[in-house]
Design a protein around this ligand. Structure first.
Ligand code: ZN
Ligand code: ZN
Ligand code: ZN
Ligand code: ZN
Length: 440
C-alpha cells in the first residue's frame, strides 16, 4: 500500500493567531474545550439566524430543504437562544411546505440536506481539532488542556484518529487528567446545582450561566464533555409531545438509566441525564469502571500513537503504510464501542408498532394510517402556530393569550422531535455523539 497524502490546511497568519487564542479561551470553563467551542459557534449562528436572517430568502430555502433544524439545534433555539418567535416563524414556513407536499401525495419523510447549523459547526470543530493537533505552541495548549480537565471521549477519539504533530501531547495530557480525576478527593469547584430546581428561574433572575460553564461531577464531565443544555429531568414534561415514539422511547430510556449497572455504556447525552436523575454520588460509582477502562486503553496506546504520526514535507502531510497500520490498530481499540444502552432501548421502543401520531423523524418507513394521523396533528398545529404569530404582532397585543402560546415548542416537537432525543446522525459537532459510548 502506498503512502497517503493528507492535504494540510494553510492559514493566513492572523486568522490562525485569532483561532488559536479563541481555542485557548475555550479552555477556561470546565470540561472539553472542543465541545465548548463547537457548541458556542453553534449558539452564535443560531443567534444570527434568530436576529437577522430569519427573513432572508436563501436561509429560508435552506431551512425548508433541511426541514428546519436538527432536534439538537431546534431545542437550542428555544432553550438557549430563547427565541420562540424565531422558532415559530421558521417552523411555520417548513410546516406549510410539508403540508403542501402531503396534499400532493409526495413523500413527506424525505430530507434533502442536513441541519445548516450542524454543517457549519462541524467545520469549526475540524478547524479547532486541527489547531490543537498541529500548533507549534502545543506546550501552552497542553497546560490548558490538563487544567480544564481534558477532552471528552469523543473528541479524544477524534484527536487520536486524526493524528498530527501534537497528538502524543494530547494523549499524555489525557493520561494526566484521568489519573487526577480518578483520585477520590478530586471534586469540582463551586456548588453543584440541585437538579430538581436548577432550571427554575424567578422573574428578574440574574443572567443565567451558559450550560457548559456549570460545574459537575468530574468523571461525568471528563467522559461526556460539558453539560450540553440546561434541561434537566424536571423540564421534560413541559408541553409533553404527542409523538408516541418520542414519548414511549424517552420513558423506556429513563427506565434503563434508573437501573443501569456500573460501567454500562452510555452516550454523552444519557450520561448527563443519569447524573441529573441519580445524583453525583451514584453517577460517580457508575462511571468509575468506564474511566478505568479508558485509562488502561490510554496506557496501552502510546507506542501506536507515535507510529501513527504523519510526516511533514513542506505543505504536505504524509502518512506511511506503517503509520496507516498503527492508525487502524488505534481505530480498533478506541473506535469499536458498544452502543449506549439507553439509546438502544429508545430506538427499539420508538420503532414498535403503536397507534397515535408521530413526529417527522419517527415517521420514516411508517404506513399510511400512521402518516395520516401525524399529518392530522400537524395541520392542527399549523393553525395554532399561525395564531401564535398573529398574536405576536403589536396590533393584537391586547388580545387574551391562549393555548397557542406553547405552539413554538409543540411545532418543534412535531418536526424535529422531542427535547433530548438521542442523536441519530453522523453530524456530531458540539453535541453528544451518536457513536459515543462508555466502553472505550
Ligand atoms: Zn468534546
Ligand atoms: Zn443541527
Ligand atoms: Zn418522535
Ligand atoms: Zn444514549
Amino acid at each position: 500500500m502506498s503512502a497517503r497524502t493528507v492535504p494540510r490546511v494553510r492559514w493566513p497568519a492572523s486568522a490562525r493567531h485569532n483561532a488559536f487564542y479563541e481555542l485557548l479561551a475555550a479552555f477556561d470553563g470546565p470540561g472539553c474545550a472542543l465541545c465548548r467551542i463547537t457548541r458556542r459557534s453553534g449558539a452564535r449562528l443560531l443567534a444570527e439566524i434568530s436576529f437577522e436572517s430569519v427573513n432572508d430568502r436563501e436561509v429560508r430555502d435552506r431551512l425548508r430543504r433541511s426541514r428546519g433544524l436538527c432536534s439538537w439545534h431546534a431545542w437550542d433555539l428555544l432553550d438557549d437562544t430563547r427565541d420562540p418567535y424565531g422558532a415559530a416563524f421558521i417552523y411555520h414556513d417548513v410546516l406549510h411546505a410539508i403540508l403542501v407536499e402531503a396534499d400532493a401525495g409526495a413523500d413527506i419523510t424525505r430530507q434533502e440536506s442536513p441541519c445548516l447549523i450542524c454543517d457549519a459547526v462541524a467545520a469549526a470543530e475540524r478547524r479547532n481539532l486541527g489547531i490543537l493537533l498541529e500548533d507549534v505552541e502545543a506546550a501552552e495548549l497542553r497546560q490548558h488542556l490538563v487544567a480544564s480537565g481534558g477532552l471528552c471521549r469523543s473528541h479524544f477519539r477524534s484527536a487520536l484518529l486524526t493524528g498530527g504533530r501534537s497528538v502524543v501531547n494530547v494523549l499524555e495530557s489525557q493520561r494526566e487528567v484521568l489519573r487526577g480525576a480518578s483520585r477520590p478527593g478530586w471534586a469540582p469547584t463551586g456548588a453543584l446545582p440541585d437538579p430538581r430546581t436548577a432550571s427554575v428561574r424567578a422573574g428578574g433572575a440574574r443572567h443565567r450561566r451558559p450550560a457548559d460553564d456549570v460545574p459537575a461531577e468530574p468523571l461525568v464531565l471528563l467522559l461526556a464533555g460539558p453539560r450540553p443544555m440546561h434541561w434537566t429531568a424536571g423540564d421534560l414534561n413541559f408541553a409533553a409531545t404527542r409523538c408516541v415514539s418520542c414519548r414511549h422511547g424517552a420513558e423506556a430510556a429513563y427506565e434503563v438509566i434508573d437501573r443501569v449497572a456500573p460501567g454500562a455504556p452510555l452516550c454523552s447525552s444519557h450520561l448527563w441525564v443519569m447524573l441529573d436523575r441519580r445524583g453525583p454520588q451514584v453517577a460517580r460509582a457508575l462511571v468509575e469502571p468506564t474511566a478505568a477502562a479508558l485509562s488502561s486503553t490510554i496506557e496501552d496506546l502510546g507506542e501506536q500513537v507515535v507510529r501513527a504520526k504523519t510526516l511533514r514535507l513542506g505543505p504536505l502531510a504524509i502518512r506511511l503504510p506503517a503509520a496507516e497500520q498503527a492508525l487502524r490498530a488505534i481505530q480498533q481499540r478506541v473506535g469499536s464501542v458498544a452502543d449506549c444502552v439507553a439509546c438502544k432501548e429508545f430506538r427499539e421502543v420508538a420503532r414498535a408498532e403503536r397507534a397515535g401520531p408521530r413526529c417527522r423523524l419517527h415517521l420514516a418507513g411508517a404506513d399510511r394510517a400512521r402518516i395520516d394521523e401525524s399529518v392530522h396533528w400537524w395541520r392542527e398545529l399549523d393553525a395554532e402556530v399561525a395564531e401564535y404569530l398573529r398574536k405576536s404582532d403589536y396590533r393584537f397585543r391586547d388580545e387574551v393569550r391562549g393555548p397557542e402560546q406553547s405552539a413554538p415548542w409543540r411545532v418543534v416537537q412535531a418536526l424535529s422531535g422531542d427535547r433530548g432525543l438521542p442523536p441519530e446522525r453522523a453530524y456530531t459537532a458540539g453535541r453528544p455523539h451518536k457513536e459515543d459510548s462508555s466502553n472505550t
